[in-house]
Design a binder for this molecule. Structure first.
Ligand SMILES: Cc1cc2nc3c(=O)[nH]c(=O)nc-3n(C[C@H](O)[C@H](O)[C@H](O)COP(=O)(O)OP(=O)(O)OC[C@H]3O[C@@H](n4cnc5c(N)ncnc54)[C@H](O)[C@@H]3O)c2cc1C
Length: 442
């Protein structure tokens, strides 16, 4: 992990002046600093409460193993690399195969498999599935939440048989009917794409004409610090100052600009760009009332293993009826075994495991044993809990977040990003594009 170097003397009572202060050194904060520097701002300060750059791209080293707090896969055509080209040679290229444990206990293709989800159902169930899709498309036109959205596209029967219904609940931590439709329309388009015949034909034609267009990548073996350290170094060479492991205390409006108080130091800037959680920045501004925006707490369980794992895919999603775990990634497929053992990270939505890492671990062991997976010596090497893994869009959270962002803007803070925009940005690519759009970069 990064040690959080900062060139500013501490304990001074004089405010240091900057053109822009960026709160958060995740992808959104790093890209913002890169854009602002390119736009001619010479005095830039990036502040983060974390002790490292890269935000929630977090790894944990346990003994000889380095795990991640999720499954992080990147691409070589990401716009992030336009800002930080030095990252590209640091990544490890991979050819990941994605799988899914389905409700029938079969490890199959992700996200759908025609042989396993449709043909293996038998002629009677297959007819029912087709009838239910036709019925949904004709009679269930009203889509009011994530569940009715998914039902419209694949029908109630396939939703259940494929296990997507169970997966959605595991993902959000609340029943899919409590997830706002605007979120489903914006962020569950993959269901529509996989259910649309014309999209399938288009994709098949494109694939046969051009072949795969990008390379999949993972972080260097030793962790994210090596990767994002290179981005930090580039920014520092362009005059950006970093203040990491910072204790954010207060953000005040001055007659001109804003003043940030951090661990006894004061920094004044004409602009403040925030990519940290909205409630956190509201806490810093005395004039702002705090909006209660729910996020998923994600447990990551770190296992090493020796034996018969029972599947060949590197990323496995849990679409079965039972088991709290959501997804796992086999790091050893990419970096090689360590001490003769495979190792992997398992993601669990904490609300699905009684908010207890112990329960999550026990549940995982029970569930994989019941499905004949990981037969052998399975050891829990460690775990991690991340409070703000992704936003939950219930009770008009999208609208409430938009109001909070408007109010922060009126105060003088430009808030965007996965945390700052309360926006489920699924990839670093999307976060980069959103930061570019927010700062008028083309
Ligand atoms: C589990 C997981 C898996 C992902 N998988 C992929 C993937 O495979 N490929 C891909 O491209 N993208 C993936 N993403 C998404 C991608 O990483 C994000 O879109 C992007 O990193 C968001 O960056 P950000 O700077 O906006 O926000 P973040 O990195 O989420 O956070 C920005 C800043 O907010 C502050 N902050 C955040 N959480 C807290 C907290 N709990 N307490 C205090 N401060 C906090 C910190 O200052 C942090 O630096 C994944 C994200 C997660 C969480």
């Amino acid at each position: 992990m990064d040690d959080g170097s900062c060139s500013i003397a501490s304990g001074t009572s004089l405010a240091s002046n900057f053109d822009v202060i960026v709160l958060g050194a995740g992808i959104s904060g790093l890209v913002s600093a890169s854009i602002l520097a390119e736009q001619g701002h010479q005095r830039l300060l990036v502040v983060d409460e974390y002790d490292h750059v890269g935000g929630n791209h977090i790894d944990c080293t346990c003994g000889d193993y380095t795990f991640d707090v999720g499954s992080f896969i990147f691409q070589d055509d990401s716009p992030l690399l336009r800002h930080f080209p030095e990252l590209l040679p640091l990544y490890i290229p991979i050819k990941p195969v994605f799988g899914r444990l389905n409700p029938q206990g079969v490890v199959t293709r992700y996200p759908f498999s025609v042989p396993d989800d449709l043909l293996a159902a038998g002629p009677i169930e297959l007819s029912r599935i087709l009838l239910s899709v036709s019925f949904a498309r004709v009679f269930q036109r009203e889509q009011k939440d994530a569940r009715s959205f998914a039902r419209y596209w694949i029908g109630a029967r396939l939703l259940k048989r494929s296990g997507l219904e169970h997966y959605l609940e595991r993902f959000y931590g609340v029943p899919a009917e409590q997830i706002d439709i605007n979120f489903a329309r914006k962020r569950m388009l993959w269901i529509k794409e996989h259910a649309s015949v014309s999209t399938y034909i288009r994709r098949l034609m494109k694939r046969s004409a051009t072949g795969p267009t990008n390379t999949q990548l993972v972080r260097p073996r030793e962790g994210f610090a090596r990767l994002y350290g290179a981005a930090k170094q580039r920014l520092e060479e362009n005059g950006v100052t970093f203040l990491l492991a910072a204790k954010l205390e207060r953000l005040e409006r001055l007659e001109q600009g804003l003043q940030l108080q951090v661990g006894g130091q004061r920094f004044v800037a004409e602009r403040v760009v925030s990519t940290i959680p909205i409630p956190r920045v509201q806490d810093l501004c005395a004039e702002q009332s705090r909006e209660d925006l729910k996020t998923v707490r994600l447990f990551s369980l770190f296992f090493s293993f020796s034996g018969e794992r029972g599947f060949g895919q590197s990323v496995l999603f849990n679409f079965s009826q039972a088991g709290a775990w959501k997804r796992l990634i086999m790091h050893s497929d990419f970096y090689g075994s360590t001490n003769g053992r495979e190792y992997f990270s398992v993601e669990v939505n904490a609300s699905q495991a009684g908010e207890s890492v112990d329960l999550a671990g026990q549940d995982f062991r029970r569930h994989v044993a019941a499905n004949n997976l990981f037969k052998g010596d399975l050891r829990l090497e460690g775990s991690h809990s991340l409070a703000t893994a992704y936003p939950i869009y219930t009770e008009q959270a999208g609208e409430r977040a938009a109001n909070a962002i408007r109010s922060l803007r009126a105060f003088g803070v430009e808030s965007f990003g996965r945390q700052g925009g309360f926006d489920y940005q699924p990839t670093a690519r999307v976060s980069t594009q959103q930061a570019e759009a927010a700062l008028g970069f083309s």
